[in-house]
Ligand binder design. Sequence first.
Ligand SMILES: [Zn+2]
Length: 437
Amino acid sequence: MIVTADWVAPVSRPPIRNGAVAVRGRTILEVGTLAKVSSRYPEAVVCDHQGCVITPGLVNAHTHLSLNALAGLVPSMPFPAWLARIAEVSRALDEEDHIASATLGALQCLQSGATVVGDVCYGPEALSAAGDMGLGGTFFWEILGVDGDDLASALEHREFPDDPAACAGGRLRCGISPHTPYTSGPDLLHATYQLARKRNAGYMLHLAESAEESRLFARGDGPLAALAERLAHGFTTPRSGAVEYAHRLGVLNGAVAVHCVHLGTGEAQLLAEHARGVVLCPRSNRYLHNGTAPVADLHALGADMAIGTDSAASNEGVDLFAEARAVNALDHGLSASRLLRMLTLEGARVLGLDDLFGSLEPGKQADLAIVRIGPTDHPAERLIEVGASAVVRGVMSAGAWRILDGRPVVAPDTILAAAERVRQKAAHVLGGVTDAN
Ligand SMILES: [Zn+2]
């Protein structure tokens, strides 16, 4: 099949006017002008999208798909209060709920143009649900509140795969996340890091997300102190920022660092030098009153940066283009082509997936997003300006259409009904723990 549009933005090279992508099976065969590609494959069916740009399937580098059914249940509020409510709800959700929520989350990702995620999960449910919907990505098993010695049995209990790099034909990879350095003690941070290294799996940390976290690290008190006391066995006040602490413990090198809002002196430099990359989630940071990440500093220091929506429970939605515009508002020096790269190839690199995803090149996965941008001579600029779930016309992943003519190929009714059941269950739990809802 040949997919063509006014523009193709391969990301690994400049946009191609009247471009086309030839796809066979799950992979990309060729990328070029329609004239060139169709002369090579004259028999191929041509699928034309006028007024559109074809980009690689976007990368939503930080999601919690298992929580997406909870969107809007906990209103915008300061992070510690939000975390307490969500933790209460999470404990009440079972495997079936996680599957229903992750399936909804996967559908929403596809509708936003994303075919790849960096997801935080609690077991294999989100991964299989997302894989069934056609997503690829790295799924980071979240482990906290156990001792380092108990890590192996905790992972086994949660069915962490023996081969973290090869699920669903290699489209899904696994990683480990000890959540944060204040919900996992130093032993567990080490143990998870060593295991991730040994198994060639990704390692992800939420770092420097809130002012309350900074206060805990600097002074040992504040609203998160009781949580650290309960979960982070062996944690003592480091009297530094979270990034510096992670670096000192030896767990920053190669880590995917999410949020990185409240950085002390030298911490942006540490991230740029040692972390695999920083995942920016500006709208989630706003929802949870967490402030804004120093994007211009990270940019100037050469950090690899990806963009994530975080869970729909701490955002107004999972629209990645809106998230990219929110990143741009924090650093007007980021060009449209850099933002597009962050949404694709750079995001894939941060997740350790750029051999498969993130650019339109022969041999890579046939993951495409087709977005209506209208007539333009500047497709990247126009895409960042007008991109939105509402103008995503088509999405292909692993060579199969997931969204066509702006609509999901799979009828969404059952997915929405199952997610609504989870939402009602969660609302019931929240009714018992907060008078704010
Ligand atoms: Zn998160």
